[in-house]
Design a protein around this ligand. Structure first.
Ligand code: SF4
Length: 489
């Protein structure tokens, strides 16, 4: 055993403070929750800074180059800390770990651990090995061509039954993964490589987990999948789809809201929309990324639908769920995107009037078909200009649509003190509180911390593009019937 190995062994029994930082999508938030749960079982406790931690983990995202560079910069900043405290263990997990593998060690040789998202169940064992002096550890899943289909699938499986409520955004809300991986292979996207083949989890496990979440006091469950509405699970002749899962979870006492993200336009079926309409706990909120309003660009992106298909789907939503809020994602500046293509995207946003849109500038991802086939030929300043223009169009729509809530009561699930309250350092029970409507709109009001976790009626008296401002008027409420007529969205 090396000198460093001896040192690690002596410390093995004491190294129990974990600092974990998470970037990226809801999948990563959930993965971090799982990792913390598994490490708590090994006696770890959470630290609030790298300085007080013995183990430092970064849960990373590979969707954009910028997110990766941020992690590498953070690692570079830890170089000195590691030199002064060689006993601290530094680990990189998540999609960037899966994508870069040995490159993480090459760029930051003082990193101890690299773990892909499909191997997170091994993290406790790998940390133990490092503490025992066995050197750097790496656990990644198989590449899409590196084995039999079954071996590849297995190597990407997750370990969802472990949960740690303390890692959730709030104790009343939880993510529940129903699907991992993706087989759509959009040409700009790295997810099919980092998260592996699309696999639906067994309905039995999902429903069991939902019961457990309800038992823990969770009121809102968000079902997660890269293309969540493509979910299918076959057991002999029986096939379970997302609509079936919604029906089963809807039966669970204590669960009051059910959402699902992210949807794929082609799989937004009439049956699914009717199920959402008929189950009152299902939020009439749908996140269905369009990505572009140009057929040429969609073809190069290999999204599998045309603009006409997207409009057709959108009309189906309007017909079945006329009060639904729909949000979208857009990539501006994808390879070969002309001004005309971009203007078609602007038209799509104006036509669909999304509740909100997440807008990203295209960034080449090595390992994708886009990187192999197309030149990243839209200049950075053009991407930036299009981003700003599309955002302005979307913000105007948000502002106009929120205006219709003025003077209305909305039903809100109270999440806790607002970001502003935390920023101002407000103390005591009287705080600015925040919550979301059934349709995922953000509402803030001057309230009380004790309201957290409740479903409440809030009267809206002001709006901005992304927030509605309201009040809980108890005097008025006392003159009203106990159950207030409220706008469900
Ligand atoms: S559907 Fe396309 S964008 Fe979404 S995860 Fe799959 S490959 Fe990526």
């Amino acid at each position: 055993m090396t000198e460093r190995g001896n040192f690690m062994t002596n410390l093995a029994s004491k190294l129990k403070r974990l600092y974990i930082e998470t970037v990226g999508c809801q999948m990563n938030v959930l993965d971090s929750e799982m990792v913390v749960a598994s490490l708590r079982r090994q006696g770890y406790d959470l630290a609030t800074s790298v300085a007080e931690a013995d183990t430092i983990l970064f849960n990373t995202c590979s969707v954009r180059e910028h997110a990766e560079e941020k992690v590498y910069n953070q690692l570079a900043r830890l170089k000195m800390l590691k030199a002064e405290h060689p006993e601290k263990i530094i680990g990189v997990m998540g999609c960037m770990a899966q994508k870069d593998q040995q490159l993480v060690f090459d760029r930051a040789p003082y990193v101890d651990l690299v773990v892909g998202p499909g191997q997170l169940h091994r993290i406790a064992e790998l940390l133990e090995k490092i503490q025992q002096g066995e050197g750097q550890q790496m656990a990644v899943s198989l590449g899409r061509r590196d084995g039999t289909q079954e071996d590849i699938r297995r190597s990407h499986e997750t370990f969802d039954p472990l949960r740690d409520p303390s890692m959730r955004p709030t104790p009343f809300q939880a993510y529940l993964r129903i699907q991992i991986g993706c087989d759509k292979f959009c040409t700009y996207c790295i997810v099919p490589m980092t998260r592996g083949p699309e696999q639906g989890r067994s309905p039995k496990d999902i429903v069991q987990e939902a019961h457990e979440l309800a038992r823990q006091g969770c009121k809102e469950i968000t079902l997660l999948g890269q293309t969540v509405n493509s979910y299918r699970y076959k057991d002999g002749d029986k096939e379970t789809r997302l609509a079936d899962l919604l029906e089963q979870i809807h039966e669970i006492d204590g669960i009051q809201r059910i959402k699902f993200v992210t949807s794929y336009p082609k799989d937004m079926t009439r049956h699914l929309l009717e199920t959402v309409r008929d189950l009152p706990k299902c939020s009439p909120y749908l996140h269905v990324p369009a990505q572009s309003g140009s057929d040429e660009v969609l073809k190069r992106m290999k999204r599998g639908y045309t603009v006409a298909d997207y409009y057709e789907m959108y009309e189906r939503i309007e017909e079945i769920l006329p009060n639904a809020a729909v949000s979208s994602d857009f990539i501006v500046g994808f390879c070969g995107e002309t001004d005309e293509d971009f203007q078609q995207t602007v038209q799509l946003v104006k036509r669909c009037r999304f509740k909100n849109s997440f807008i990203f500038q295209y960034s080449v991802r090595p390992g994708t078909k886009g990187a192999e086939l197309y030149a990243d030929d839209v200049p950075a300043e053009v991407k930036q200009r299009r981003n700003v223009e599309l955002l302005a169009v979307q913000n105007e729509i948000c502002q106009e649509d929120n205006l219709r809530f003025l003077g209305q009561r909305v039903e809100v699930l109270v999440e806790g003190p607002s970001k502003m309250s935390l920023k101002r350092g407000e103390e005591g029970p009287l705080r600015q509180m925040t919550g979301r409507t059934h349709c995922d709109r953000i509402v803030v009001w001057d309230g009380n911390e004790r309201q957290a976790g409740q479903l409440m009626s809030v009267l809206i008296h002001d709006v901005s593009s992304h927030t509605m401002f309201g009040s809980v008027e108890t005097v008025e409420l006392s003159n009203q019937p106990l159950v207030m007529p409220v706008l469900k969205n």
